[in-house]
Write a protein that binds this ligand. Structure first.
Ligand code: MG
Length: 447
């Protein structure tokens, strides 16, 4: 059976057991050492989020890696962007993170990132699972060392990339909702050092996530929306459990979805650095609009972090990101870095309020619907939609499903990889237009 999914190996504790973690770690270690750039050490970064199963799984992974001759640099509990930032910094041949990101606390996962900072896809995961295990000789076993400075070093580099002087002068008041996840390790310290006035919510590590579920959806961050309004703060920021994704809250207590967080980030980045924007085919047209306004273009990829960083590694880009509020700042690393995204917000607040920034981002509405279909049905639907796009001479992309671009709208029809349905997702400048577009393509899909 295949263990690697779209981004790592995920499971509950009775599925992702310590035994499995150790065996996979042996294969991962051999794979990373083999594929690591020449001249790199056999060093592998290891980090975990604060889930209750994290320490046991991390110990198994450390044992697995060392047993095949990899030196393990264990960061302990650290955010994913902190861990991924350390790959280049320490010249490691990769990084293994024990984190189930935004999933509920009983879940955990092993994520693998290579020496170039590129997350390992399902396909490369398949190669890892085929790797034969050969133990190191007794005197060739790797060392396992603790490294305590990663958070500090990550904070320092973020501080070097924003205008700390300016932020200190303006002193924006920001409410930080760390969701009891790994953002708790550095976010309060980072924003204090940046010169912000901060109020922290759920800012202690707790693998049960008692404060709120770790997905920073609007329903889950109600407390933050109220806090920003009642405390008259300039903004709010909420992270998921491993700190790579963020959402913002404007000074009126309005929730800013991930798509718009990414569009804002693109706007901020392109001011100082012109270049391509890389994003997935599920991202709002607002991003393309912002890029075009700055004379830059968007390169699309399939959905998921591995496809995104593979494309950024293939050809340079100014910025990359996903529709769910994960933004890659390549001047820092190839990780989605929610801490950096938050720091960029602090800097932007020195110029004008967040609600004013949001006026620069075109507003789109979207409608999602599902069509039930088995594997054969999904294939038929996709070929009908593709034939329609071809026949009608539409502007379409087939990287992941079929995305059709129109002047002020787009629609994607995409089969689920694991479940019995096809998704139709439409975006337009009004809710009515989005609904019309979705039902038009539902009809095309049903034939
Ligand atoms: Mg995450």
């Amino acid at each position: 059976m295949a263990y690697f999914g779209t981004n790592g190996v995920r499971g509950r504790f009775n599925e992702l057991t310590p035994e499995l973690a150790q065996r996979l770690a042996q294969q991962i270690g051999i794979y990373l050492k083999k594929s690591g750039a020449k001249g790199k050490s056999g060093k592998i970064i290891l980090a975990r989020d604060c889930r209750l199963t994290g320490e046991v799984l991390s110990s198994s992974v450390a044992a697995g890696l060392a047993s095949v001759g990899c030196d393990v640099v264990d960061l302990g509990v650290a955010s994913s962007p902190t861990a991924e930032f350390m790959i280049k910094k320490l010249g490691a041949c990769g990084c293994v993170m024990i984190t189930a990101s935004h999933n509920p606390p009983e879940w955990n996962a092993i994520k693998v990132v290579d020496s170039n900072g590129v997350a390992v896809s399902r396909e490369r995961g398949g190669e890892i699972e085929k790797t034969g295990i050969k133990l190191a000789p007794w005197d060739g076993i790797g060392k396992i060392t603790r490294y305590e400075l990663a958070g500090r070093e990550h904070m320092d580099v973020i501080k070097s990339l924003v205008d700390v002087e300016g932020i200190r002068k303006r002193r924006p008041k920001i409410v930080l909702d760390c969701g009891n996840g790994t953002a708790s390790v550095i976010a309060p310290g980072l924003f204090k050092e940046l010169g912000c006035e901060i109020i922290s919510l759920n800012a202690h590590l707790d693998g049960r996530f008692p404060g709120r579920p770790s997905e920073p959806s609007e329903a889950n961050v109600k407390e933050l929306l109220i806090a920003v309004r009642t405390m008259k703060a300039d903004a709010g920021i909420a992270w998921d459990a491993d700190g790579d994704r963020v959402i913002f809250v404007d000074e009126k207590g309005g929730y800013v979805i991930g798509d718009r967080v990414f569009a804002l980030s693109v706007l901020w980045r392109l001011v100082s650095c012109k270049g391509d924007v890389v994003t997935t085919v599920a991202t709002s047209k607002a991003v393309e609009d912002v890029a075009a306004k700055n004379g830059c273009k968007v390169r699309y990829t399939a959905i998921g972090a591995p496809a995104l960083c593979e494309e950024m590694a293939r050809k340079p880009a100014a910025i990359g990101g996903e529709e769910v509020g994960g933004v890659i700042w390549p001047q820092l690393s190839m990780a989605k870095d929610g801490l950096m995204t938050g720091a960029m917000l602090a800097q932007a607040l020195c110029e004008k309020p967040l609600s004013a920034w949001l006026k620069d981002i075109p507003l789109y509405y979207n409608v999602k619907l599902k069509i039930e279909a088995d594997a054969k049905g999904r294939k038929e639907i996709m070929s009908r939609v593709l034939a329609f796009a071809k026949k009608s001479k539409l502007d379409y992309i087939t990287l992941d499903g079929v995305r059709v671009n129109m002047k002020d709208a787009w629609v994607i029809v995409r089969p689920s990889g694991t479940e019995d349905y096809v998704r139709v997702f439409a975006e337009a400048r009004s809710e009515g237009d989005a609904k019309k577009l979705a039902s038009e393509y539902e009809k095309v899909a049903r034939g």
